[in-house]
Design a protein. Sequence first.
Length: 136
Amino acid sequence: MDVAVLRHELLAWFEAFSGCVRRCDVAGAEKLFDERVIAFGTRNEMLCGLVELRERQWLPTWRATRDFRFVADTIHVGLSASGSDGWGTALWTSRGEPGGRRPFERRGRASFVFARADGQWRCMHSHLSMTPSGEL
């Protein structure tokens, strides 16, 4: 398959996933991830499998998140030589609106590892975390 097409598909994955976060569309997001995914998140050190990712990270976080977006000019993607595996990184922005607390700006970074099967990219590993403070 054409490298440009594969790269375009990975970029489209970022938009699809960010749309799922904005809509709190967990079912849609699950279609973008492998059921064996291993993830690091803003709420948990490590999550093993799609069920754990959904229950312990996505649901509690997305319900309190507004306007999640990847910063378009920071999205970088790459492919393995065979084109069957890929990776992507980006910065993201959102607003946190936890119940009863004042809204606040949330910024962070993300990295993803992908495998391509049946003509679709599935995330095998994700890491979303808040922007570091820079302090040691």
